[in-house]
Design a protein around this ligand. Structure first.
Ligand SMILES: C[S@@+](CC[C@H](N)C(=O)[O-])C[C@H]1O[C@@H](n2cnc3c(N)ncnc32)[C@H](O)[C@@H]1O
Length: 185
């Protein structure tokens, strides 16, 4: 682990009013432009802030998190009609416990700064993504913002991109509280 890990006992903060206003899940997902036939891996899914609305739009979401309490909260909140579309997996990144070329998309929302070995994460994504697969990263800018970890633990957009040399950047969005990157193999 790189440094601070978001604690499971603070999990209610992941979907509180302030976050919903500052970083709406629907907006993150709209920028991803998901297709109904796609299979997605939500890396560090937490309580499912983006997992659940994504599941309503795609064929399947692998919801991967190291913390059992996060996955339990996700299961509690998951609407019945989406239960077949979400596969919860308790696992420690950078390893991605999925088959080769089994996913079209991966997303990591406020997670990449918590994963220590990004070179290993890139290698795992290259193995699991299908050709042309995409990786969406949302994270905190490397300056003081109202939410987020200490600045010393954050990664700038440039630092993130430099850790994924086999990917090309398709798009980048910058907001006062976070950035979103769309990378493609
Ligand atoms: C700040 S929370 C974000 C959760 C979710 N993506 C969201 O947007 O609400 C970070 C999550 O990443 C998970 N995480 C951090 N490092 C991880 C690792 N190495 N392997 C698996 N999960 C990890 C934590 O358990 C936590 O649930």
């Amino acid at each position: 682990m790189k440094g601070h890990r978001f604690p499971a006992d603070a999990r209610k903060r992941l979907s509180n009013e302030e976050r919903r206003r500052m970083q709406p899940a629907e907006d993150i997902i709209a920028r991803m432009v998901l297709m109904p036939e796609e299979v997605v891996a939500d890396l560090g899914c937490g309580t499912g802030y983006v997992t659940i609305p994504m599941a309503a739009r795609v064929t399947k979401v692998y919801a991967i998190d190291a913390q059992k309490a996060m996955l339990e909260a996700l299961a509690e909140d998951l609407p019945h009609e989406l239960k077949d579309k979400v596969v919860p997996i308790q696992s420690e990144l950078p390893r991605i416990p999925l088959e080769d070329r089994s996913i079209d998309r991966a997303v990591a929302v406020n997670v990449v700064h918590e994963v220590g070995d990004l070179a290993a994460l890139e290698s795992e994504l290259r193995r699991c993504l299908r050709p042309g697969g995409r990786f969406t990263i949302v994270d905190f800018p490397k300056r003081e913002t109202s939410l987020g970890p200490p600045v010393s633990e954050r990664l700038s957009e440039e630092e993130v991109i430099s850790n994924f040399p086999f990917f090309r950047k398709l798009k980048e969005w910058n907001y006062p509280e976070f950035y979103q990157l769309e990378l493609s193999l």
